[in-house]
Design a protein around this ligand. Structure first.
Ligand SMILES: Nc1ncnc2c1ncn2[C@@H]1O[C@H](COP(=O)(O)OP(=O)(O)OP(=O)(O)O)[C@@H](O)[C@H]1O
Ligand SMILES: [Mg+2]
Length: 427
């Protein structure tokens, strides 16, 4: 059987979580934290003999340099033993530790998917604004170390937009607002091509919401074991947070009816096994508010996310703007926060309407044009839309022709991966 007849492997590596699976599936087989735990003393001894030689080891049925773990297993190992060092290979959407990244992929392929990389085409993802040399490194690792027959590196938001492919109305023009764990990007796409010059970054993502909630709980003096506080803040965020329409009103509601709005977190102290409680109040709406009033979190930045989305669309060509406002698509785990879509849509609409009113005030009623439709689209698979889009694209015949192949790599080298076909006019 040819590699192209087998389903492609689809891996979306995120700052927080990696989604791993096969093309054609509706959801990833695994969603695991992007973290590696390495027993440093062990790996120093075996360096050179093990890493980089995965295929030979795999084929020989021995895995010499395997004292490392990834995902939840890595976190568990590091908690129970001090010999493991944790490494998070992706920071703010970009790989910053290639050694760890390679180990991570090794385990994804051999231990999680349990497949032979020589037998499958691969679709990997990258954050927008990834430097071309990073794509080259990825290509080198995939072709040299894992010997894959073909590789496509998709741009995350474009894949998220392609996730709509299977719905009745396929729209490849839109703005993707991807709010993950470590990076937020607002990316306009016209007919499948990223409008490179208009991509905007926003300096706040899911990790910041967790940190802010952790800080609020600490400042209020909630008692919890310090080593647990980050994880508890994350769980509280995912379980209890919502986006309010107006924080002043929300304070009022909480104060009038605390029993209705306050929640309780109950945990077990890992060292003693004793239970502990923690009250959750204003954090529920203040956490997500940092996207809409960032100055409550950081004094370095005060432009709200809806204003950045608006300026992203305004910086695109005038004849695509209406189509972009009409299809603002959410992607990334953080957009799962309750009512995030409603608030984003309302605030972008407010900005658009205010601009229209200002223009009428300046030029008179007769310049008034058609109202602009603002539509923020949410869908049930937002948290893994990028992976799903990859799964759909990698089933199309075009995928195989868009892939860089092993033969091309051998002829021209890693530089073939530098260019990314969807970045119209950028390279
Ligand atoms: N229901 C939820 N409510 C709020 N936040 C959530 C929810 N579910 C997941 N998250 C958060 O979403 C983030 C993970 O999202 P995602 O998997 O899209 O990020 P990533 O791809 O790892 O990171 P990035 O795209 O920034 O590199 C985490 O911060 C997680 O806590
Ligand atoms: Mg992501």
């Amino acid at each position: 059987m040819e590699a192209a007849d087998r389903p492609a492997v689809v891996i979306d590596n995120g700052t927080g979580y990696t989604k791993i699976g096969f093309a054609g599936n509706v959801e990833p087989c695994f969603i695991i934290p992007t973290v590696v735990a390495v027993n440093e003393s062990f790996s120093k001894d075996s360096r050179g003999s093990g890493k980089g030689n995965w295929i030979a080891q795999h084929n020989a049925g021995v895995m010499a340099d395997l004292d490392f773990f990834i995902g939840d297993e890595a976190l568990t190992r590091s908690r129970s033993s001090s010999v493991y060092n944790l490494s998070y290979p992706i920071q703010h959407g970009q790989v910053d530790n290639w050694d760890s990244m390679e180990r991570f992929w090794q385990q994804c392929i051999f231990n999680y998917l349990r497949c032979d990389p020589e037998d499958h085409y691969f679709l990997l993802t990258e954050s927008p604004l990834t430097p071309p040399e990073n794509r080259e490194y990825t290509g080198e690792i995939m072709f040299e170390t894992f010997n894959v027959p073909g590789l496509y590196i998709g741009v995350q938001p474009v894949l998220a937009l392609a996730a709509g492919y299977t719905t009745a109305k396929c729209e490849m023009t839109g703005v993707v607002v991807d709010v993950g764990h470590g990076a937020t990007h607002i990316v306009p796409v016209a007919e499948g091509y990223v409008i490179g010059g208009s991509i905007k970054s926003f300096p706040i993502a899911g990790r910041d919401v967790t940190l802010f909630i952790q800080q609020l709980l600490q400042e209020r003096g909630e008692h919890m074991p310090p080593e647990e506080s980050h994880e508890v803040a994350r769980r509280i965020k995912e379980m209890f947070c919502y986006t309010s329409s107006d924080i002043l009103k929300e304070y009022g509601k909480h104060d009038r009816e605390p029993s209705k709005y306050n929640k309780q977190w109950t945990g077990i102290k890992p060292k003693t096994g004793a239970p502990y409680n923690c009250d959750v109040g204003y954090e529920r709406f203040l956490g997500p508010e940092i996207f809409f009033n960032p100055e409550i979190y950081s004094s370095d930045f005060d432009t709200p996310l809806p204003a950045v989305v608006d300026s992203c669309i305004q910086s695109s060509a005038i004849d695509t703007r209406r189509a972009l406002y009409k299809n603002i698509v959410l992607s990334g785990g953080t957009t799962m926060i309750k009512d995030f879509q409603k608030r984003l849509q309302r605030d972008v609409k407010k900005i658009v309407d205010a601009r229209m009113d200002a223009s009428v005030a300046r030029h008179g009623e007769d310049v008034k044009s058609q109202p602009v439709e603002v539509n923020v689209v949410s869908h049930p698979i937002q948290s893994f839309a990028v992976w799903f889009g990859g799964s759909v694209l990698a089933c199309t015949p075009e995928f195989y022709s868009a892939c860089h192949t092993k033969a091309e790599y051998e002829e021209y080298g890693g530089s073939i991966c530098r260019a990314n076909p969807v970045f119209k006019g950028m390279y």
